[in-house]
Design a protein around this ligand. Structure first.
Ligand code: HEC
Length: 138
């Protein structure tokens, strides 16, 4: 009897546990959040979080006084025109630019898991916000 109850309970619980552990999108977002907070990408010791605090949700300032935008809607306002690049850039272009410039690191290649994970995390922050291409950070 105990065995049957045990097997039944196991059968009932397993699908839910599986769905959670094996959700590839959720896993990408979590890996991205981890990279955001901890990875220096071989640079001079900073992480994304060193400038973009609160997991990217809080705006700030760099030492020289330049503005650091909130990333709370970043995924919703790309692609957009970058005066510095002189062309329209994607979210991935911007992330790579911050890794090369902000972190002084080696940007992960287009199509790499690290870049997809970071983009997944930032898109998760913007989830549910209306797309506003070229809009203002906020
Ligand atoms: C040294 C500080 C610094 C670090 C470290 C840094 N950033 Fe940035 N980031 C900035 C500044 C300043 C801007 C705004 C100017 C610009 O677009 O370059 C910005 C802009 C952005 C934007 C565009 C936001 C918007 O809506 O305008 C994204 C996305 C972004 N950063 C992601 C990242 C990610 C991901 C990392 C880590 C891999 C990172 N940044 C590391 C300083 C930094």
């Amino acid at each position: 009897m105990h065995l049957i109850v045990g097997v039944l309970l196991f059968g009932l619980c397993l699908p839910a546990a599986w769905a959670k552990a094996a959700d590839p999108l959720q896993a990408a977002v979590q890996r991205g959040a981890h990279l955001f907070a901890t990875d220096t990408f071989g640079g001079h010791g900073m992480t994304c979080q060193s400038c973009h605090s609160g997991g990217g949700k809080i705006a700030g300032q760099v030492a020289g006084g330049g503005k650091i935008p909130s990333l709370a809607n970043a995924a919703a306002i790309f692609p957009r025109y970058s005066p510095r690049a002189g062309k329209v850039i994607t979210l991935e272009d911007q992330i790579r630019g911050c890794i090369a410039g902000g972190l002084g690191g080696k940007p992960p290649a287009y199509g790499s898991q690290a870049l997809t994970d970071l983009a997944s995390y930032l898109t998760f922050l913007s989830n549910g916000k209306p797309i506003d291409m070229g809009g203002k950070p906020g």
